[in-house]
Design a protein. Structure first.
Length: 467
């Protein structure tokens, strides 16, 4: 990142003086735009002190800043109200402190997850998180977006392992909470405050976690309707049958660390970790439970290699499956009671099919978190109803997508849940409640924003309620 300072718009010369000319460059519209909004500069601070100075400068000059880690979640959130600087944390990528004996590690926010896991693995340990975006996601980005993955079924959310963090506020002030030992939980509230806040209250620069010994063995089982040939995406009977198996597994002695309903075709993937004997027993138990399922049609259980199966589950979360794989136009994340997840998937699939829209899904079955991928092809191909009427509109595809999303949001609302649009074209985002229904605590969230970022320079407008 060493473009000559002379190539930068003259108004950025003072910024280059603050950060150093080698750490500031003009923005590239193809690489650096956020939902089509192009910043005027990208700054990649080499250390925390420089980052704090950059934020102080932006605060004083009312320059809007979008923090960026690995870039895997830059499409999350509303379209920015304004954007002047992308703050690239890629150079803050080291391990600050690691005590294998204490199972604690402190890392800089720009460290990639796969690099951290590689170092932990050298000591027989790991951080039990598996984001759909993969190992190139950074620690700061995972915290800022509140991202989790399928392993949350067995190991919990990333925030549950957070012991402390360092954050640079909008005005450049550095604050710290927590510590490096497990018994020190002084910073728990601050961790929860910044986790999932999309960097709107401060820029996370460092985090301390409790890590986990690597299991000696892993195992997986895929459970699908008889013969292994899964049903079409809208087969409600099959989905409900799989949900019954999930409930039985969660009540069984050997608890899964992963329980995902994915499709099409519909199937349940469960994973186990522990000693080899424990995993072998758990796999056999899962197969017995599937075989004993009654009244829902026969289910076939197939033991599978862990690594390949886990990668496949992550792939469905990341890019869909079946006809949608790699060609999704929109991604929604639905939160509903876990015992209603399968039924809602079936309803959504049927509604999408009626609109001529291909749909793929992946659900954390034990948590009621569903990710829906909508196909990129124009809706209405085989849809006689609403899609046909929408075809008369100037933007038929957008109209159908909008109708589907609002319908699913209403259904989530009825169930006491919510819907978040994780990815969509910017034009459509402007017409949708990207974060779903605002929470009852929105007034408090706005008060916190006013306290920590009164000039609204951090990701302005991108978060819940336009925060």
């Amino acid at each position: 990142m060493t473009e000559a300072a002379g190539q930068i718009d003259p108004i950025w010369q003072p910024l280059a003086a603050v950060a150093g000319p080698d750490h500031v460059r003009p923005a590239n519209p193809a690489r650096d735009a956020v939902d089509g909004v192009v910043p005027r500069a990208v700054v990649a601070p080499p250390d925390e002190e420089t980052l704090a100075c950059v934020l102080a400068y932006c605060h004083n000059h009312r320059l809007a800043v979008a923090p960026r880690g690995g870039g895997t979640q830059m499409r999350l959130g509303n379209v920015p109200e304004r954007l002047d600087v992308v703050l690239d944390l890629g150079r803050l990528s080291g391990i600050v402190h690691y005590e294998p004996a204490d199972l604690t590690v402190t890392v800089q926010a720009g460290m990639r997850l796969d690099d951290l896991q590689a170092e932990l693995a050298r000591h027989g340990q790991f951080l039990p998180i598996d984001p759909p975006g993969g190992g190139r996601a950074t620690i700061g980005g995972l915290l800022a977006t509140g991202t989790s993955g399928p392993l949350r079924a067995g190991f919990g959310h990333l925030r549950d392992r957070l012991l402390g963090m360092r954050v640079v506020r909008a005005d450049g002030t550095v604050v710290r909470s927590g510590g490096r030992v497990v018994k020190n939980v002084a910073g728990y509230d601050m961790g929860r405050l910044h986790t999932g806040a999309l960097g709107t209250l401060g820029v996370i620069v460092e985090a301390t976690f409790k890590v986990q010994p690597l299991p000696a063995a892993w195992g997986a089982v895929a459970i699908a309707p008889g013969g292994g040939a899964g049903p079409r995406a809208g087969d409600a009977t099959a989905l409900l049958a799989l949900e019954e198996v999930v409930a039985a597994l969660l009540d069984a002695p050997a608890q899964p660390v992963l329980a995902e309903i994915i499709g099409p075709p519909a199937r349940l993937v469960v994973g186990f970790a522990g000693t080899k004997n424990e995993v072998d027993y758990a796999v056999q138990q899962a197969c017995r439970i599937a075989d004993k399922s009654a009244g829902t049609g026969r289910l076939a259980a197939t033991p599978l290699p862990w690594a390949e199966t886990h990668a496949q589950v992550l792939s469905v979360h990341r890019e869909g499956a079946g006809p949608v794989k790699g060609r999704g136009a929109l991604v929604c994340r639905l939160h509903v009671p876990s015992d209603r997840a399968a039924a809602l998937i079936a309803e959504a699939a049927a509604e999408a099919a009626a609109a001529g829209v291909d749909l793929a899904y992946a659900a954390h079955a034990a948590a009621g978190i569903i990710r829906l991928h909508l196909g990129a092809e124009a809706p209405g191909r085989e849809a006689p109803g609403r899609a046909a009427r929408a075809a008369a509109q100037p933007d038929a595809a957008a109209a159908v997508y909008r109708s589907l999303i609002l319908s699913w949001l209403a259904r989530c609302r009825d169930l006491g849940g919510n819907l978040v649009v994780e990815r969509a074209p910017a034009a459509l985002k402007r017409e949708l409640p990207v974060w779903g229904d605002p929470p009852a605590s929105l007034f408090l969230m706005r008060a916190l924003k006013e306290k920590f970022d009164p000039h609204r320079i951090l990701n302005p407008g991108r978060y819940v309620g336009g925060i």
